[in-house]
Design a protein around this ligand. Structure first.
Ligand code: EGV
Length: 385
């Protein structure tokens, strides 16, 4: 332990990364980037065929009416993930270039009527940062408290919205149907908006129950942010969807129109084709790929003293490693000398960073060879310290 921390003092880079994304940026050009949660594995053969068809999709995108293209893409994507009651045909789904943009639009809209929001803790730090950026006060809700429920009345009286990431990033924990129903009913009772970020939904079939049926039945005001961006290696071509209840009462459409006229119909057609492949077996392939990579990582680190994998049941495309008495940042620095990049977890714990001091997040949406090479580097560093 001493050896490692002495050999690797805090670097400039570590000192200047202000958020998780800046830590991820440091890794972007490295051969061994296991930092960000974007998909970087090879295309599967059916996905490769979609990419081979892009010139034809371009022609199609230029010719067909965009509302029709948008509808087909949304139905294909949300249908593949079990979200059959989504309200696209009722005009309540707005397409964005990314889910973070959808979140920014939501945050600005919420800030017109509220000054405080309850937010799941821990979660990816661009969510608290976007919400704080529009002047909202954040009240942390521990993931365990959300799952154990019900939420304290005193909390619901203090906030205009409850925001939940499900499956959560980085823990992978999914809000079960019964808990979503309970939470939605409490929000309805207290006039609080319930907002879900479901960006990692595709990875876990436990998150494929029809959330929209539950939300619509509850009578609460709700917003859902859906994301195609984490599932497929599409080089940042993706869609974030901003979905809302009839009575949400927030200026989402106006703010959306302030920022964009629409997304690319080419990207929508590509998403539709990837979603159709997912429904026809691609999703099961993806689940196998992630499960295999999780086992590969864990097997490569088997027998290393004083480490543990925190999220035993997670099925999302990231895995957290507790490094025992070692400091996560020391390990981060030591593996970086071998061009391996991981993500230190402090900043996920946006209300209490020290809780993440001994954990690192490892990305699994990678080629198995890159993952096992990275795991071997990590293994030797951990054995040395
Ligand atoms: C993950 C980064 C931002 C985000 C990365 C992520 N996006 N900062 N707008 O996509 O888990 O690595 O969610």
């Amino acid at each position: 332990m001493n050896r490692m921390s002495l050999a690797t003092p805090a670097t400039q880079a570590e000192a200047t990364a202000q958020n998780l994304t800046q830590f991820e940026t440091l890794a972007l050009s490295s051969r061994l980037n296991l930092a960000d949660g974007h998909a970087r594995q090879e295309l599967t053969p059916p996905q490769r065929r979609v990419i081979d068809d892009l010139p034809a999709l371009w022609v199609e995108a230029a010719e067909r009416p965009v509302d029709e293209i948008e509808r087909a893409a949304c139905h294909a994507f949300l249908g593949a993930l079990g979200q059959h009651s989504h309200p696209f045909d009722d005009g309540r789904v707005l397409a964005c270039y990314s889910s973070s943009l959808a979140m920014e639009i939501f945050a600005r809209a919420l800030a017109t009527e509220s000054d405080a929001i309850a937010l799941i803790h821990p979660t990816f730090d661009n969510i608290p940062d976007i919400l704080r950026g529009v002047g909202l006060r954040l009240v942390p809700v521990e993931e365990d408290a959300l799952h154990d429920g019900p939420l304290p009345t005193e909390l619901l009286n203090r906030v205009g919205c409850v925001f939940v990431t499900t499956p959560n990033n980085p823990t992978g924990r999914v809000l079960p149907e019964e808990r979503l129903r309970g939470l939605a009913e409490q929000c309805a009772e207290h006039g609080v908006v319930l907002t879900l970020d479901t960006s990692f939904r595709g990875f876990d079939t436990d998150a494929h129950y029809d959330h929209y049926a539950v939300l619509e039945a509850s009578g609460c005001r709700w917003v859902v942010i859906e994301d195609t961006g984490k599932l497929w290696p599409t080089l940042e071509l993706k869609i974030g969807w901003l979905v809302r209840s009839t009575d949400v009462g927030l200026p989402l459409e106006k703010i959306h129109s302030d920022i964009l006229l629409g997304v690319s119909p080419l990207v929508l057609l590509m998403v539709q084709r990837f979603a159709e492949d997912a429904a026809g077996g691609g999703l099961a392939d993806l689940h196998r790929h992630i499960a295999d990579n999780r086992a590969l990582l864990r097997n490569n680190l088997a027998g290393v003293p004083d480490i543990s994998f925190v999220d035993t049941f997670s099925r999302t495309s990231v895995d957290r490693l507790h490094v025992g008495a070692r400091q996560g940042l020391d390990v981060w620095n030591a593996v970086r000398e071998h061009q391996l990049y991981l993500l230190p977890c402090q900043k996920f714990h946006w209300a209490n960073p020290s809780e993440g001091a001994h954990t690192l997040r490892v990305a699994l949406s990678r080629n198995p060879l890159a993952l096992s090479t990275g795991a071997q580097v990590l293994r030797s560093v951990l054995l040395a310290g």
